[in-house]
Write a protein of this length. Structure first.
Length: 127
């Protein structure tokens, strides 16, 4: 990590132990969340992102966030998935995707019958 404050968590093993502790506490009333994970690690979500940029912690943080993502993805199949959708889009890069395909008559190509005429703007006889 970049120079600055000393690391709160000194090793990937120490972080993994705290992550395991966090997930052991999760249940229906306290679901796994990225913000909850960061809070349990005694940091904010931006600090957690900075840890994930460090090669030493990258795989540990990525795997923990994947567990949160899996939980949220499972919730998509429940009655009210709006919160899960929001979190997946904002924390995990999920997107709504719409595709449009344009075609001409009967699905054929779009025909271009345009004519382009170049005009000298200094010539006022064109108007």
């Amino acid at each position: 990590m970049a120079a600055g404050r000393p690391l709160k968590i000194k090793s990937a093993e120490e972080m993994q132990a705290k992550i395991d502790e966090y997930f052991a506490m999760c249940n229906d009333e306290n679901p796994p969340l990225v913000s909850g994970l960061a809070y349990h690690l005694d940091m904010n979500t931006e600090s957690l992102r900075r840890y994930s940029a460090d090669e030493q912690f990258y795989a540990t943080v990525k795997r923990a966030k994947q567990r949160v993502e899996m939980y949220l993805e499972k919730r998509l199949h429940q009655q009210s998935p709006v919160g899960s959708i929001f979190s997946l889009k904002n924390n995990f890069g999920w997107k709504d995707k719409t595709e449009q395909e344009l075609s001409g008559p009967d699905g054929g190509p779009i025909k271009n019958d345009w004519t382009v005429r170049l005009v000298d703007a200094r010539d006022d006889t064109t108007g």
